[in-house]
Design a protein around this ligand. Structure first.
Ligand SMILES: [Zn+2]
Length: 268
């Protein structure tokens, strides 16, 4: 097989250009290899947390910041539209594709539709707030759950409302400027072959530059009073797209739709 970095860049660029990921057969055709070899390369990228495959390890579900499945965010550019994996991912896409995009979602606190223009070159001016539920060191415990709970809210008050209704622990709050700086800097170079994942130390250095410090951001080990379980345990499992659309009444347990089984591509 070719260099895995070539496969990764092919997947990301396809996502950027067309709005969806290549199928494994298309990866095989692109690199002139058999289907098994293409799947092996995609599996290696999944294991390295450079993309996310479904449970059967046959289909690309996410290649951050893009998602092949709805997770509550739509990002619309001039040439294509994408599912944004979360607030963080959606704010990264305009800089990666080099054009202003409309980012749309719902406030989980009140159900109101939220939309804002996000530019590649400067942060949006908006009073919306982002809330990240899952601490950074636990993100890959269940990456689909973590992405599905990095949402935009009307205000801090609506974050509080949602936390009470869902009995969720408070995570991290970010204003729109900080979210934009985090997103654009985190994903810089993502479409190039030279890109590599940050080490934990490099990630912490970036977070600290943006004023994001403390255990949530990996500065020290998260509290272990709940044992060593991922944050997603003990919370109701929710379908992120439904969550983002829900108003508090819909979030009442009796009214919840049956939740799906394990999220695709979870722990790896
Ligand atoms: Zn709201």
């Amino acid at each position: 097989m070719h260099d895995l970095a070539d496969v990764r860049v092919f997947v990301y660029r396809r996502f950027a250009e067309r709005g969806d990921p290549p199928r494994p057969e298309e990866v095989a055709a692109e690199f002139g290899v058999g289907a098994a070899e293409a799947l092996e390369a995609l599996g290696a990228l999944h294991d390295a947390h450079l993309l996310v495959l479904d449970e059967g390890r046959r289909r690309i579900v996410m290649a951050h910041p893009w998602s092949a499945v709805p997770l509550g965010f739509v990002v619309a550019g001039r040439r294509a539209k994408w599912w944004g994996g979360c607030a963080w991912d959606s704010f990264a896409i305009p800089a990666l594709v080099g054009e202003e995009c409309l980012v749309a979602t719902h406030c989980p606190g009140c159900g109101r539709a939220l939309a804002l223009d996000v530019c590649p070159g400067e942060p949006p001016t908006s009073d919306l707030m982002a809330h990240f539920l899952v601490p950074i060191p636990r993100m890959w415990d269940d990456v689909m759950f973590a992405c599905g709970h990095q949402a935009l809210f009307c205000s801090e008050e609506h974050v509080g409302r949602w936390l009470r209704v869902t009995r969720s622990p408070r995570g991290a709050l970010l204003d729109m400027r900080t979210l934009w700086l985090l997103a654009t800097r985190w994903y810089t170079g993502r479409l190039t072959k030279e890109y590599r994942r940050r080490t934990p130390d490099e990630a912490r250095a970036l977070f600290q530059e943006l004023g994001l410090a403390g255990p949530f951001w990996g500065d020290e080990a998260p509290e272990r009073d709940s044992g060593d379980r991922p944050v997603s345990q003990g919370l109701r499992r929710t379908e992120p797209a439904l969550l983002a659309r829900s108003d508090p009444a819909v979030l009442a347990p009796a009214a919840r739709p049956a939740t799906r089984g394990g999220a695709p591509g979870g722990r790896s």
